[in-house]
Design a protein around this ligand. Sequence first.
Ligand code: SAM
Length: 274
Amino acid sequence: MLNILLSDTTFKNIRDYIYDKSGIYISDTKKYLIENRLSRILLDNNLNSFEDYLKVLKFNSNAHELTRLFDAITTNETFFFREEQQLTTLIDHVLPPLLKNNNRSSKLKIWSAACSTGEEPYTIAMMLMEQRLTTQHFEIHASDISEAVLASAKKAVYNSYSVRNIPDSYLNKYFVSAGDSFNLKSTIKNSVHFRKINLIDEKSMRSIRGFDVIFCRNVLIYFDTKAKQKVVSNLYNSLNPGGYLIIGSSESLHSITRAFRPSIINKVIMYQKV
Ligand SMILES: C[S@@+](CC[C@H](N)C(=O)[O-])C[C@H]1O[C@@H](n2cnc3c(N)ncnc32)[C@H](O)[C@@H]1O
């Protein structure tokens, strides 16, 4: 393993670079995270110091270098049926009025805006299918900043840890087990459209609009207040009037925005675009 010293000054410069490009804020106490996660990249690039790596990032960076950085610094923990009460509230309380809307001429559009390895959008897809809805009725889009997690999401092969919360009836119906793995069936796999979107990047955010529901769960925690405000404002623009934003149950929009109307449905906070 590499043992290259990361000075406080270079740590702060790399930290600022990451913040600038992704909104992810790494506090002073997490210096070890940069040291641990980036040392592999230094090794692969034959670089002897973090100062040299910073120079590559700043002056000689290309899309590949940025991709590797994002893949390394993001935290991608996720699992199927995470925060299930939010999901059942969506199905039982939020979607019926949206679907009944007589003016609806288009499909219901749902976006999992930091989808990691795909468990969140696939859970939503399975739950919708259980309501006898098909891709004729809905469209699910899913995105992340990390190309590595998107590649894994598209494969849709999971281990027992990821599937630990899936009810048996869903597991039997929508997965095929192969040794230690659980392969998602293509009906669900093909119902989710994956793409790379950086939530802090206004240009790419402008390309994704017109949603009825956006899930942006367990990602705002990695941003500081300024970045949260920017991301939430971008998400607001991507919602249809009357659409809902759903954030993680431990996250809050308090002091971030007053643009949404928060309502408590079935003990779950939903933020509606008014
Ligand atoms: C902890 S996972 C959450 C996954 C899922 N939403 C859930 O709640 O289980 C956070 C995800 O946010 C992604 N992420 C971090 N910064 C991002 C950004 N600026 N734009 C898009 N995705 C980002 C990470 O790559 C990671 O996959």
